[in-house]
Design a protein around this ligand. Sequence first.
Ligand code: GLN
Length: 194
Amino acid sequence: GPRVGVLALQGDFREHARILGELGARVTLVRRPGDLEGIEGLVIPGGESSVMDKLARAFGLAEPLRERIRDGLHVYGTCAGLIMLADTLLDAIAGQESFGGLDVVVRRNAFGSQNQSFETDLEIPVLGERPLRAVFIRGPVVESVGPKATPIATLADGRVVAVEQGGLLGTSFHPEINGDTRFHEYFLSKLRSA
Ligand code: GLN
């Protein structure tokens, strides 16, 4: 299987590593710049984007990762991971930076506090006909989609919660939580055919 890294600075990286391993990927936990060597794809988990940003910079990982993304590394960001992939952030903490790559504006904590977390069924044509049960935990929303990116899922009110741009994929929600592995499979299939 393809060599896939999971950014393991913070957040629920273990769950992603387990799923990717079960789907046949060779998984590397990424904590330092050297861990980026040889990976063909990367998953950035949910967690807290401001902390992920601080740790990535402290470990010297932010710049090398930006470079790999510019060079075409396939990256799937969920929730905080989507925030890390966005070119522009709204409601970020002072000085917070993203890695960027996705031509989108993303607003953090767009659905209110932790106890306003919710689940909903989403139609996601790239994953097939069966709707995906999406779990939102203090998730971000894609407030605007630039010309390079494509929305692939929207809520009933039209807000965009999943986007794709070449090898980059981002979701506001957590597909690793409820046992539906279609997003991970989709990410790996794009990687295999790249
Ligand atoms: N609110 C978090 C952030 O801003 C994201 C929450 C999550 O990843 N579940 O990074």
